[in-house]
Ligand binder design. Sequence first.
Ligand code: FE2
Length: 281
Amino acid sequence: MSDARPPRSLGYHTATVRNMLLTKLPDSLVGGRLKSRHVAQAIRIEELTLESAVWPREFDGLRIAHLSDIHFGHLLGEVRLMQAIDAVRAVRADLIAITGDLIDLSAHESPLLFERLALLQARLGVFVVLGNHDHLDHPRSIVRGARDAGLIPLMDESVRAGGRDGLLVAGIDWSKSIPGCGERLRRCGVARADLLLAHNPKAFVAAEERGIPLTLSGHTHGGQVARRGNRRHNLVFTQRLSAGLYRRGESNLYVTNGVGAWFPLRLNCPPEIAVIEMRSR
Ligand SMILES: [Fe+2]
């Protein structure tokens, strides 16, 4: 991937038109109230303790802050971003995972975003994978911005967090399909990571086959509209793994609602930051 800005894709132009018709226009017609109500919702801190017999004993009790789908742009600006960042910092996690859709549309938003994300620090690092929205404009600049901010972007690769015997963290770039996610996971070059970051929850199919103890994903926004008391009854019809916690054998998947969105409506589906404590059995 070259550093030069590629020609803007059809996907970028489609998303721009959608943003104009479904977000900016309705919001301006009601005097900005859609946006102000959207960002007035409190960000919920969802705390979970998960266990797995294949989670490394040396990292028993590790606390991970999971932030996703910021969609920095028109709906989620600097003030809301700082609310999310302050919430993550207050958690004092050992590791921070950001699972994609950092920006909503235009990569020119990213310098301010990364200036603020540079405030995030964790003992084992702050890891980033890209989502579909990060690919709309100039993904290379998102990766470079993350790296320059001291974050660790993972593009179909894995690293040991915390040194030579550290936690094996793999991260895959955006892929739409189950086979595509599986292929990206193969490119990471590890038989079984301890932690997988993937924007698309469909990556869990391959993660489960490999016995990866924890996969963190976003993308669905929890459907944005869900039935009260049952977050899995939501408006996501293209994903079986749409919201919350899934467990198969010793493998766990957490699909967060994320903090942002491209559409200004959430019902029984609050913006959230997940805090996951991992236990080995
Ligand atoms: Fe998203």
